[in-house]
Design a protein around this ligand. Sequence first.
Ligand SMILES: Nc1ncnc2c1ncn2[C@@H]1O[C@H](COP(=O)(O)OP(=O)(O)OP(=O)(O)O)[C@@H](O)[C@H]1O
Ligand SMILES: [Mg+2]
Length: 129
Amino acid sequence: MEEFIVDSPQKMEKLGALLSEKLKGNEVIGLKGPLGAGKTTLVRGLVKALGLKENYQVRSPTFTLVNEYPTRKGKVLHVDLYRVRDFDYSELIGEGILVVEWEEDPKKCDIFVEIEVLDENTRRVRIHP
Ligand SMILES: Nc1ncnc2c1ncn2[C@@H]1O[C@H](COP(=O)(O)OP(=O)(O)OP(=O)(O)O)[C@@H](O)[C@H]1O
Ligand SMILES: [Mg+2]
């Protein structure tokens, strides 16, 4: 487990970039943390670091169940379970790097990221394993 104290959205994007370096291309990454913790911000940094193609933006998958971003390491699939807790994303596993906001079960994930809000701009991030 690695622990980071992150004191700005920019640094959260950098942590996403750091995490991206470890990826092979088919991991399931679970992101746990309250509303506004910075889950989407971390995903944005991760996807940008993998060379997101032009004209794509990383946004919260609120109206679509899955956002898909083409990158150098293949597709990144971005799922948010907030509105659809029982969405079964199992068929997406192996289709690319799969990032799941609001996944609370570390056993379903290769990498599990927990974000805790310490104050307005500060987060404690734990990355397992
Ligand atoms: N250290 C920090 N890390 C990340 N975000 C921060 C930090 N400090 C302030 N913020 C702000 O907190 C917000 C995080 O929003 P973001 O959409 O990334 O959260 P989220 O966890 O995806 O929320 P949701 O559960 O609604 O999807 C942004 O407005 C960002 O500017
Ligand atoms: Mg989000």
